[in-house]
Structure formats: C-alpha cells, structure tokens
Ligand binder design. Structure first.
Ligand SMILES: Nc1ncnc2c1ncn2[C@@H]1O[C@H](COP(=O)(O)OP(=O)(O)OP(=O)(O)O)[C@@H](O)[C@H]1O
Ligand SMILES: [Mg+2]
Length: 232
C-alpha cells in the first residue's frame, strides 16, 4: 500500500533522514521505533507532504506521492495524527471532528464510527476541545483524522503526554481500529506498547534504519532490549 524507498529529507540543506526504505501492506500495522531526535517525525512529515522529499520516492497504492501538496496526500487516503494533536481548543469536539472531513461535509456514518470507537467523544461532543483531558484530546485527534475516511492512518507518538494507563488505552483503540481494517503506520518510543499492536517494525536511529523485522523478533533483539526495553 505504502512503499517508501531511499527517502531523504530534512530542513533546508540540513539532511536529517537519509535513504530510508519502509513498506506497509494493506491491513498491516507497522511501527517506527527510535529515540529522541532519531528522525521519526521528520520521516513521517515527509511522507505526508509536510517536508520536501530530497531523494528517493514515496509510492502509495502504486503511484508516487513524493512532494505532493499536503491536501493531495490527504485526498489520496492518508491521514496524519501529529504528536502535538493540533486541535482547535475553542471549538467543540463535534466541530473539530467536522473539520477533519474538510473540504467535504462530515459524513454521519463516519462520525458514528468515531463515536463507537470513542464513546467518550460522543458524551462530550459539545465540550470545547481545549478543556478535554489529555487522553480525551488524543481520542479526538485520532477521531478527527478518521473523518476524512483514510485508508492509511499515520500517527506520530500517540502516547505523547499520556500517563501509562491512558497510553495503553490509546493502543487498545488503535487495535480496535485495526480490526475494522485500518492500515496503520505509527512512530513510537514506547516500544512494548507499539510492538503489541504492530506486525512489524523498523528501528530508526540517526536518520537511518538500523534494524527491521517482525515485532516478535524485534522484541527479542538484544539491541532493542538494551536501547528501548531497559534490559541490561
Ligand atoms: N524544524 C526543524 N529545523 C531544523 N532541524 C530540525 C527541525 N525539526 C527537527 N529537527 C532536527 O531533526 C532531527 C530529527 O528530529 P525529529 O523531530 O524528526 O526526531 P524524532 O525521532 O521525532 O524525535 P522525538 O522522539 O523527540 O519526537 C533532530 O536532530 C532535530 O533537532
Ligand atoms: Mg518526534
């Protein structure tokens, strides 16, 4: 579904991600693991059209989307949930969800799907987004991303700022979304959680892929255990 090959990107002339190849098959959940500053956000932003692809290619459902404008990437069926969430704090939950469908009108069926996945959002549909708890704002960010009816959901560190219990809940919701057929690419530092969701993963360090494999293999890998699982 998504085939990233030899992708390089960065900021002005400063290359941060160099020659990274990642693929995601339809229905899979794939993890990008890496420590602070590894280049996870930079990599995901380049896929979504938020940063220029300076080398390599991004192919989605058979066609290149490299350097396509953000709204065209979204229209192709990819939705991005940034770590910062970027909600409109003064607007209600329902209004934030409606904006996720823009430029289309919000689809009531899709809104029902979001409310089924996150009953808390249904209860609080009239509450201002900025007054929601951290966990609720995370649900809203995912819910809003779903309103454009994506086929591929890309999330950047969905556990950002969440206490452990809420971080686990966030991953339970993603697992529920998978059972509905959603394809997921997720960057995460909370390795046990993300490997519980993902079929496969890639370890990104210093802007390059250091390791890749099925989640079970990564979990048993001594390098992963030392760097991310606190095993000495
Ligand atoms: N706007 C920017 N301008 C210049 N350099 C940047 C910019 N944003 C990030 N960088 C640099 O790019 C590198 C990779 O950063 P990035 O945010 O992609 O890492 P990350 O893996 O997402 O880290 P974290 O887990 O902390 O979010 C870092 O060295 C960072 O300082
Ligand atoms: Mg990041």
């Amino acid at each position: 579904m998504l085939e990233v090959s030899g992708l390089s990107t960065g900021y002005d002339s400063h290359v941060v991600v160099l020659g990274v190849s990642v693929d995601v098959r339809e229905g899979e959940a794939v993890a990008i693991i890496g420590s602070n500053g590894a280049g996870k956000t930079t990599f995901l932003r380049a896929i979504c059209g938020l940063l220029p692809v300076s080398a390599g290619d991004v192919r989605y459902e058979g066609r290149s989307i490299a350097n396509l404008a953000v709204h065209k990437v979204a229209r192709a069926g990819i939705s991005f949930v940034p770590a910062e969430r970027h909600l409109f704090p003064e607007m209600s939950v329902a209004e934030n969800l409606a904006l996720g469908a823009f430029p289309n009108r919000p689809d009531p069926d899709q809104q029902s799907l979001v409310f089924d996945l996150f009953p808390r959002l249904a209860e609080r549909r009239r509450q201002a987004a900025g007054t929601m708890s951290g966990g609720e704002q995370q649900m809203l960010a995912v819910g809003r991303a779903l309103m454009s009816r994506p086929r591929l959901l890309i999330l950047d560190e969905p556990t950002t700022g969440l206490a452990p219990r809420l971080a686990s809940q966030a991953y339970e919701s993603l697992a529920a979304l998978r059972t509905l057929g959603m394809t997921i690419l997720v960057a995460e530092q909370q390795v046990p959680l993300v490997l519980g969701l993902a079929d496969r993963g890639y370890v990104l360090e210093n802007g390059a892929i250091q390791l890749e494999g099925p989640s079970a293999e990564l979990r048993d890998n001594p390098t992963v255990q030392r760097a991310y699982l606190g095993v000495v």
